[in-house]
Design a protein around this ligand. Structure first.
Ligand SMILES: Nc1ncnc2c1ncn2[C@@H]1O[C@H](COP(=O)(O)OP(=O)(O)OP(=O)(O)O)[C@@H](O)[C@H]1O
Ligand SMILES: [Mg+2]
Length: 250
């Protein structure tokens, strides 16, 4: 359990009164969240409670019905497509499915985001950036391999390396350890923590895996009935007498 008492109180994501419905399915009703710089904030919530919808609203893939999502001081709703693309370079996103390209080598997979986002004058740094990213997930030797030659845990690490390669300030993780065995899940969780310390990133982590929550989080919020029902450290919430909270820890 990490007690990360942040000295840095800068708020990087500030969500107020967020509402999102699909027809009469009111998924997010009045949702508030503050992500401070250096936080590893876990969002816990039942399947279908709106965790992925929340993340999609943050990166502008979905538009909210009401409320404010402010990232680095900018309202996501007000950004033009160009400004949104710029913002997305600062926000890394780790898909549950990893989303690696099977027909490309690991090197080509990592090159992909760089070719899209790096300025032409920096293209000679590509190889160094790829090696640095692979090194930070402990997989330098896989550079010329294909995704199919790697284990599930290794593929997750490569997906993480691809997220890291643009040096995002914020990383959003959607179920980073789902589908991995408990030992590999713990390794990935420890790696997430290492990355947060090394690069001072701020993260929102969606997870059902209580090992992952325990290892990575310095704050946990519970998304219940479309609102932030409770917030605390893993320890505080796991000791709660509230039945709605307890059910996640049993
Ligand atoms: N594009 C969409 N159109 C209609 N309804 C949607 C859409 N996306 C999500 N929903 C609904 O919003 C609710 C929340 O979905 P969401 O994917 O955010 O759940 P979740 O908390 O991520 O669940 P899980 O843990 O299973 O991934 C669900 O009831 C879902 O059916
Ligand atoms: Mg989801």
């Amino acid at each position: 359990m990490v007690q990360n008492n942040n000295s840095n109180d800068q708020i990087v994501i500030n969500i107020k009164g967020l509402k999102k419905s699909f027809g009469d399915n009111n998924v997010l009703k009045d949702f508030n969240l503050e992500l401070h710089k250096g936080d590893n904030l876990v969002v816990l919530g039942k399947s279908g409670s709106g965790k992925s919808v929340l993340i999609k609203c943050i990166i502008g893939l979905m538009k909210q019905d009401a409320g404010s999502i402010n990232v680095f001081g900018k309202e996501i709703m007000d950004l033009s497509q160009e400004e949104l693309d710029e913002m997305r370079v600062k926000i890394g996103f780790l898909f549950q499915s990893n989303a690696l390209y099977d027909s490309m080598t690991i090197k080509e997979n990592l090159e992909f985001p760089l070719r899209r986002h790096l300025q032409r004058e920096n293209m000679d740094k590509v190889d160094d950036l790829i090696i640095e990213a692979l090194d930070s997930v402990g997989l330098k030797d896989t550079i010329n391999m294909m995704p199919a030659e790697l284990s599930g845990g290794m593929r997750k690490r490569i997906a993480l390396a691809r997220t890291l390669i643009l040096k995002p300030e914020i990383i959003l993780y959607d179920e980073p350890t789902t589908g991995l065995d408990p030992i590999t899940g713990k390794e990935i969780s420890n790696l997430m923590l290492e990355i947060q310390k090394k690069y001072n990133t701020s993260s929102i982590i969606i997870s059902h895996d209580m090992n992952c929550v325990k290892i990575t989080s310095n704050k946990v919020i519970m998304l219940i009935d479309g609102t932030c029902y409770a917030m605390g450290t893993y320890e505080e919430l796991s000791n709660s007498k509230d039945l709605k909270i307890q059910q996640f820890f049993n």
